[in-house]
Design a protein. Structure first.
Length: 266
């Protein structure tokens, strides 16, 4: 599923952050971030809802800089913590263990999976503002929610590379956003600050910057098997910072949840 190319590229440059990345959720996006983090020289502590023993194969694959734990333990261990679970599980994030932490929210609202959430459907809150309300003593930053897990891993490039992509971030705390931007740089991406959590809808499903810009155009007429092979084998398209800025600036807010035709990850 994953190739070694991005890891090799990132190892050729000095890291800009140190410490431990905690992950609550180790699915597609979480696993991709863990691999990029280990390649960048970070330690990672992974967790999921099923227990540390279910992550044994992934931890072995990642090597000595990775270990598995419970969500509360991953929260406590992380200098930065990634919350990458289905949005309908946001209220099970360990708020006490995450107090005082910067929490990276990769979650998107998909009503057909998550069920209807009235405040999101009414547009009174963004999904990240909902998460921030639950994590009242944490600093939530929206990131990594607008790119699929495959392009996230294969698109990582060192700083200054001509084909380096950027990703949008949003948050209410400037210092937390700066910390997350440094992590993005270490993992192989530029960061584009699109505002506070109330503005984070600009990178949600259905917006111009969501998933599609990072993918090549898929040929028509493919079978399901051919489309799956194309998804894993086709390189992504670089999306530089100025293009991310253009796409988010021109976004028009539509119904919450957008379309689930292409999911960035859970």
């Amino acid at each position: 599923m994953f190739t070694a190319e991005p890891a090799d590229l990132l190892k050729r440059r000095p890291n800009t952050v140190t410490g431990t990345l905690g992950l609550i959720g180790s699915g597609m996006i979480g696993s991709a971030l863990a691999r990029l983090a280990v390649a960048a020289g970070l330690d990672v502590v992974l967790s999921n809802s099923r227990g540390p023993e279910t992550l044994a194969d992934l931890v072995t694959d990642l090597g000595e800089h990775a270990r598995a734990a419970t969500p509360a333990e991953a929260a406590a261990a992380g200098d930065l913590v990634v919350a990458t679970v289905p949005l309908n599980a946001y209220d099970r994030l360990p708020a006490a263990a995450l107090a005082g932490k910067t929490v990276i929210d990769t979650m998107n609202y998909y009503p057909e999976r998550d069920g209807r959430i009235a405040e999101l459907d009414a547009g009174t809150l963004t999904s990240s503002a909902l998460v921030q309300r639950h994590l009242a003593d944490s600093h939530v930053v929206k990131a990594f929610n607008n790119i699929d897990f495959r392009r996230l891993f294969t698109g990582a490039r060192p700083a200054g590379a001509s084909d380096r992509s950027a990703l949008p971030i949003a948050g209410d705390d400037a210092a937390a956003k700066a910390h997350v931007a440094r992590l993005l740089d270490a993992l192989g991406y530029d960061a584009v600050d699109i505002g506070v959590l109330a503005d984070s809808w600009r990178s949600e499903p259905g917006t111009p910057v969501y998933v599609t810009p990072y993918m090549a155009e898929r040929p028509a007429g493919m079978s399901r098997e051919e489309a799956q092979r194309w998804f894993f084998e086709t390189p992504g398209v670089p999306v530089p910072a100025d293009r991310v800025g253009e796409l988010t600036d021109t976004a028009v807010r539509g119904p919450a949840g957008g379309s689930r035709a292409a999911i960035a990850g859970d």
